[in-house]
Write a protein that binds this ligand. Sequence first.
Ligand code: SAM
Length: 468
Amino acid sequence: MPNPPAVPLPPGFLARMKPLLGEEFDSFEQAMQQAPVSGLRVNTLKLSVEQFTAMTPAPLGQPVSWCESAFVLPDSDFRFGGHPFHQAGLYYLQDPSAMSPAEMLFSVPMRGDETVLDLAAAPGGKTTHLAALMNGRGLLVANEIKDKRVGHLIQNLERWGAENVVVTNETPERLADHFSAFFDRVLVDAPCSGEGMFRKDMGARADWSEDMVQGCAVRQGNILRVAAKLVKPGGYLLYSTCTFAPEEDEAVLQQLMDETGHFRVVELPKKPGFMVGRPDWLGLPDTAMELSGAVRLFPHRLPGEGHFACLLQRVDAENESNLPGETRLPVPTRQQLGFWREFAGKLLNANLMEERLRVAGERLIYLPQLTPSLGRLRVPMPGIWLGFLKKDRFEPAHPLALFLRPGQANNTLDLAADSRELVAYLRGETLPSDGLPGWLVVTVEGWPIGWGKRVQGVVKNHYPRGWM
Ligand code: SAM
């Protein structure tokens, strides 16, 4: 795709930043004219950083100092996004600064199985990161309000292969009605004026105005007020934006703390290059100085774009809510269970618990262990979609292949990452191949990437069109 035409940095934006940054302004302005930085975060649910480093198809660059599983990608023509390891869900490509919110939410270690909500989740950058940090424990609810953005979120999560994630498509208000004081941790990665994305998003530059900043601040205040109700007493709320405007950052948090009186700022660790929160930029009173416990990331100080993150803890003693662990989805019939057992017994070497199986229409779903009642919420992804329940058999679905780890399928067709066969498979073509007939998992250098079905020396292609 050709690069979009360059749009100058909005003069009104630069005029606002100059007095705020003072002596740092010149290097900030210079950095804002440079190309954006990209990062790669390894999917530690599937493999370790060391394993990935040993098999990376191109140099990875320096580690990201605030995220153990990530690297700043060097300037090169290599497209990590087009490599089959990406399709196999071995990594996520993300601005290094955007890796700070999930890390900061877990700067206070997890205590046992926790419930975590990502309130504004699409396309899923931070959800995949949260899932990796939770390492399969607890429950992660990823919510996206906009119908159009949910598909992308689900696809990224399916590729990631996490087993404890539910996707909802709701307004914050409806979630708060259902999940009042339920979550141990809530991430609010709020929609914002996007000043921190100006190096990579020309549209954000073109759309920016002073009025937009004020409008975003009002919307953020509304979202945060509702998000606050979702947090358990003692639980944590991480608020982040990709903008520098203090009206959308410190001011929104101060308003929430003033209104509710039951949140305190938890000081975040300051990694190299991080700036502290700046309540002074708003001329807030001394009592607001605890907001300096937040962090601000700037492109002239570190390899990444602009970001803001602040961690709050709910400190009142309201009762937390415990939702019963029931969903409205039915369990499979005895016959359906038989079809699944026949398939799984022959093909899989993975320990999937039958009590977590549910049926949604024609789909067989593997629920997260801690699935609570979801009431009448819109739930486009209640768990891992294992496959289709046909009249007389079970047929596997793509997310099941991506959920499997090396060695968990008994019949595979392994292809080299740079082979012509793999390119053909990812284009939807059939492959000549002798071996055991029936369903098989196509793997790239051992990593599951999709399904095929061998019939008379040919592997029929079951790679989904939407993923090609
Ligand atoms: N967390 C995502 C990630 O890391 O990939 C990016 C989230 S983006 C900054 C903000 C999200 O907020 C968008 O997906 C947008 O659809 C959603 N959003 C917009 N208005 C909202 C509202 N009123 N309440 C909740 N979410 C909203």
